[in-house]
Design a protein around this ligand. Structure first.
Ligand SMILES: *[C@@H]1O[C@H](CO)[C@@H](O)[C@H](O)[C@H]1NC(C)=O
Ligand SMILES: *[C@@H]1O[C@H](CO)[C@@H](O)[C@H](O)[C@H]1NC(C)=O
Ligand SMILES: *[C@@H]1O[C@H](CO)[C@@H](O)[C@H](O)[C@H]1NC(C)=O
Ligand SMILES: *[C@@H]1O[C@H](CO)[C@@H](O)[C@H](O)[C@H]1NC(C)=O
Length: 382
């Protein structure tokens, strides 16, 4: 009896310890690189000499430990989270082991800045999944952007790897990384609003916002078959969308929304199950994030054969209007698509655009049954 009880207690303790070890939402351990290597592990002031010199991280290749205010050529480096960051040289990488819940979805958020004019890329992976995030376009005015990437945990312990696959002539080129964070995502099935056929229609579920990153989080285009950091939504085409929070931006509803910063080069898409011949109504809000993005904007929505162009006069100080798109489904599955007709730019030269928020889709009525003889009354579906 007593031994049984002791064993049970032990099993519980082990289970608790294991549960407690699973990563929590927020910065990863030393995710802002504030704990640095001892000075003796830095060659020429910045080059990390050993793979285990930065606490909690393993590095390989030419990794530099950078202090805010460090000068590179005539460029003064600023750091968004705390006072330190790392720079990944050609083929260099950083990695950290994470304890996760198998089967759960996670979004990784991190900030990155280019150091040279070249088109830089980062390969983010949690084996066996990976995604190459391009950094050609700078969206943040201080040179830093935050990026999100999602994965599904297949094992209880995984390794997050951020790798610079670049091979530049100048070894001082290569992106700076700071503020690496994680957030467990709800499975898309749980993100459905009552009566709303769209999941996550208010964009409330998504990647972590770094506390000092007042420039939002870029959600890059989905690579085939991978998971979206914005549950239920896909970013198709070539450019990212920007995920914004109420702490730093004006948001029409709830705490989060999506800014269409890629013009026609990015589309926000969700596929829903529909009944061919039935009528549906897509309702949504179009606005601006109060981020100084001013101008005559047009947000477009498509579903089946229907289109609506919603003009929105932005003064860049916040505000929104409501719009609807009625359509008749022509297939079992319908793609709901949002896009910005134009590119917009803030006075500082960074890309911006209209906000989309609070999207809902409801079935309106059933079409008359074909071949059933007389006309049937239109049924209210919801
Ligand atoms: C340190 O600087 C010297 C002189 O510039 C250079 O030759 C050497 O390669 C540097 N070491 C590292 C590890 O970068
Ligand atoms: C955010 O910025 C404030 C003011 O610049 C600073 O005091 C604070 O330490 C920063 N927080 C993080 C997590 O970097
Ligand atoms: C990205 O990294 C993963 C894991 O290291 C690797 O399997 C994959 O081939 C890399 N992809 C590219 C395009 O470098
Ligand atoms: C719609 O679904 C039904 C049943 O699942 C299937 O028989 C039919 O072929 C599908 N139609 C289209 C256009 O995909």
């Amino acid at each position: 009896m007593r031994r049984g009880a002791l064993l049970l207690l032990l099993v519980c303790a082990v289970a608790l310890a294991r549960a407690a070890a699973v990563v929590t939402d927020g910065l990863l351990p030393n995710g802002n690189f504030e704990e640095g290597p001892p000075k003796s592990e830095l060659v020429n002031g910045t080059v990390v000499s050993r793979g285990d010199a930065i606490p909690q991280w393993e590095t390989s290749g030419l990794v530099e430990y950078i202090e805010s205010g460090h000068k590179q050529g005539d460029m003064l480096l600023v750091v968004p989270q705390g006072a330190h960051a790392v720079r990944l040289g050609n083929e260099a990488s950083i990695r950290q082991r994470l304890s996760v819940s198998p089967g759960a979805y996670y979004a990784i958020t991190f900030s990155a800045a280019r150091t040279c004019a070249q088109a830089e890329r980062l390969n983010v992976s949690v084996s066996p999944e990976w995604g190459v995030l391009p950094m050609q376009t700078i969206y943040g005015s201080n040179g830093w952007d935050s990026y999100a990437w999602a994965f599904k945990a297949k094992l209880p312990a995984v390794t997050l790897l951020i790798h610079n696959p670049g091979v530049e002539e100048d070894p001082a080129c290569g992106p700076l990384i700071d503020g690496v964070a994680i957030r467990a995502l709800y499975p898309p099935a749980l993100v459905r609003g009552s009566g709303n056929l769209l999941k996550n229609g208010g964009f409330e579920e998504g990647p972590y916002f770094l506390p000092n990153a007042s420039w939002g989080v870029l959600v890059p285009p989905n690579i085939e078959d991978d998971h979206s950091p914005l549950p239920a939504w896909m970013i198709v085409s070539s450019k990212a969308v920007k995920y914004v929070d109420a702490a730093h931006f004006a948001v029409p509803q709830g705490a989060r929304a999506v800014e269409l910063v890629g013009g026609r080069e990015s589309a926000l898409v969700q596929e829903v199950r529909t009944v061919p011949g039935w009528a549906y109504r897509l309702a949504f809000a179009v606005g601006d994030a109060a981020d100084g993005c001013a101008g005559a904007m047009v947000a477009e929505a498509y579903a089946a054969r229907a289109t609506v162009k919603v003009p929105y006069e932005s003064r860049g100080v916040g505000g929104y209007k409501r719009a609807v798109l009625d359509f008749t489904a022509i297939a079992n599955r319908t793609r709901v698509v949002f896009q910005s007709t134009f590119y917009h730019m803030k006075p500082d030269g960074t890309l911006c655009g209209p906000l989309i928020d609070d999207a809902s889709l409801v079935g309106l009525r059933k079409k008359p049954a074909a071949g059933a003889g007389g006309r049937r009354r239109l049924l209210k579906f919801l």
